[in-house]
Write a protein that binds this ligand. Sequence first.
Ligand SMILES: CC(C)(COP(=O)(O)OP(=O)(O)OC[C@H]1O[C@@H](n2cnc3c(N)ncnc32)[C@H](O)[C@@H]1OP(=O)(O)O)[C@@H](O)C(=O)NCCC(=O)NCCS
Length: 193
Amino acid sequence: MNKAKIKQAQNNIRNLHVFLRTEIKKKWNRVLPFNEEIADRWEKAKYLKFGRGASIYDNSLVFGDVKVGKNTWIGPFTILDGTGGLTIGSYCSISTGVQIYTHDSVKWALSAGKAKYEHSSVSIGDSCYIGPNAVIAKGVSIGKRCVIGANSLVNKHLPSHSIAFGIPAKIVGKVSVEGKKIKLEYFSSKSHK
Ligand SMILES: CC(C)(COP(=O)(O)OP(=O)(O)OC[C@H]1O[C@@H](n2cnc3c(N)ncnc32)[C@H](O)[C@@H]1OP(=O)(O)O)[C@@H](O)C(=O)NCCC(=O)NCCS
């Protein structure tokens, strides 16, 4: 391709971006990067064989074997590492920046490549809320209807209905659900300090 053709192609893409940006701002009052303007979050979820109604941002990285249930929302800048097996239930909200790992390279690095990467599966039950930038380490299972606070490091199993946060995440309360009524009850307002 010659220089003039490259310039023309760049201009066409830029014009498309400006057009889509205006349309999306008008319709949804959002301003997104170009790749999100052209990507379809539901199509990507379908391609990955996630459950019906699930969606996943184009900016999300997906590795290995990842199973996701129905209507789960997976936000931007997330990492879903299924190299050791990852299952996420239905109606989960996986917030922006969440990183879920099923491998680590700790021993590989320390042994200058002599030891292998370690893998262990992660499962997250239905109806969980995982707050922004939480990191979930390999080998952890999280039950149903759990709340994980923003910026937490989850490195231990959490039973269903747990509220947990912190580094490392500790269980600080319990979720109760009766129909549409949801209560987040804390064991003690200072228990996590
Ligand atoms: C975990 C969470 C959902 C709990 O919400 P909540 O029940 O309304 O809790 P509160 O904000 O009343 O906090 C209860 C206590 O926990 C503390 N706390 C809450 N979230 C925390 C977190 N992620 N890390 C550490 N402490 C936290 C609060 O400071 C408060 O402490 P206090 O009792 O000593 O004052 C919420 O704090 C959280 O992390 N939300 C993220 C929301 C968000 O970013 N949304 C945008 C994307 S969807």
